[in-house]
Design a protein around this ligand. Structure first.
Ligand code: AMP
Length: 362
């Protein structure tokens, strides 16, 4: 009941580049993929055996999809939980809807993390202009106002300083339930990706450093340049979160390392993550193979890296540099098959390996 053998069909909700790389890994491992998402000729549909192009609320399409697959997983964490509940009546859904309920809402997510004894930046619930005024006097500035739901790559976030006009800031949020969070003057941002199997086995990739530009991931360096006790603590935190969420699949835990070497959890993403793309070249079992193993009920692969690595995203018209990137034989270039290079859109990435003894360079 729990193992899906090669030859089976994996359903993937979401049709972007993460789904594309999951589908490629699944095919390499002998599985078929049926992708479900809103876009025609999407990055994932281009490389999948079957594609359903429909909205996540289309019950008829969901039922047919559920009947055609042996397990359902996702590449996009904002799939409505009703959709997951509906699918779960027909087929195993990994990760489960209850987990997504937590990670889709910043307030529930950070409250959950704090209850495990793991620190976050200070935060408080904001539902009105009155709440915001109170929250600013409690948390103080600088602070960041974030929508509880549906924010990514810095969307749905406003920085608040002592000079901010709070009425104007609240008007910008359009009454969306939000949290106010203390601004962390961090030394660096890191993430840890862990996989958890059906039997509760956990495999962690090394902590990596993430550098952002315009709120979008620019470069990942593997491993992060942090002392071993902090790396161990980061891995321990991610493993604990995965276990307590009863995850089957993959989760990325984004964290800040403060100037006094504290680790604060910022965000959870229960799916493959941009900061794990380097594992395709750098590890025996990439994050994409690992999630296929986990959701199919197979034992996990080895997450140890055989090389250090640098991964750089190609955003918008940076993709125009593909020829120059290919001219360096050490570069592994990945392009996502997106037709239009809009500003801020992730079009591809490039990975370069370094010997284990050498620091990876951006
Ligand atoms: P998020 O959408 O929460 O992942 O935030 C996107 C990026 O904004 C993070 O990767 C950080 O670079 C920055 N950021 C978010 N929250 C904070 C914070 N409390 N203090 C400082 N920077 C933050």
């Amino acid at each position: 009941m729990t193992t899906i053998a090669p030859g089976g069909t994996i359903g993937i909700l979401g049709d972007g580049q993460l789904g594309r790389m999951m589908a490629i890994a699944a095919a390499e491992m002998g599985y078929f993929v049926h992708v479900f998402g809103p876009d025609e000729m999407s990055p994932a549909a281009q490389v999948s055996h079957r594609a359903t192009i429909a909205s996540y609320g289309d019950k008829g399409a969901l039922e047919a999809f559920a009947k055609s697959v042996d397990v359902v997983t996702l590449e996009f964490e904002n799939i409505p939980t009703d959709t997951l509940d509906y699918l779960a009546r027909h087929v195993p859904v990994r990760p489960h809807a209850k987990l997504l309920e937590i990670t889709q809402d910043r307030l529930l997510e950070k409250t959950f993390v704090n209850k495990l004894g793991i620190s976050t930046a200070p935060f408080t619930n904001v539902q009105s202009i009155g709440d915001l005024v109170k929250a600013v006097s409690q948390i103080r500035t600088p602070a960041i106002l974030k929508t509880r739901r549906l924010g990514y790559d810095g969307k749905g976030q406003v920085k608040i300083t002592g000079a901010s006009d709070l009425d104007a800031v609240w008007a910008e949020m359009k009454d969306a339930p939000s949290i106010l969070e203390g601004f962390v003057n961090f030394r660096l941002e890191i993430s840890v990706i862990v996989a958890r199997s059906v039997t509760g086995e956990i495999a962690a990739y090394c902590p990596v450093e993430n550098r952002h530009k315009n709120h979008i991931l620019d470069v990942t360096l593997a491993p992060a340049d942090i002392p071993p006790h902090l790396a161990d603590r980061a891995v321990e935190i991610a493993g604990k979160i995965a276990a307590k969420l009863d995850l089957v699949g993959l989760i990325a835990v984004e964290m800040f390392v403060t100037r006094d070497n504290q680790i604060l959890v910022n965000e959870l993403a229960p799916r493959p993550h941009n900061s794990g793309h380097w594992t395709i070249e750098g590890c025996a079992s990439s994050q994409f193979r690992q999630i296929i193993r986990a959701v199919c009920g197979l034992p996990l692969g080895d997450p140890a890296r055989h090389s250090n690595a640098m991964m750089r995203n190609l955003i918008g018209d940076q993709i125009d540099g593909w020829e120059k990137l290919l001219a360096d034989p050490a570069n592994s270039l990945h392009l996502y098959g997106k037709r239009e290079a809009r500003p801020g859109r992730k079009m591809g990435h490039v990975t370069k390996l370094f010997p284990l003894k050498e620091k990876p360079k951006a």
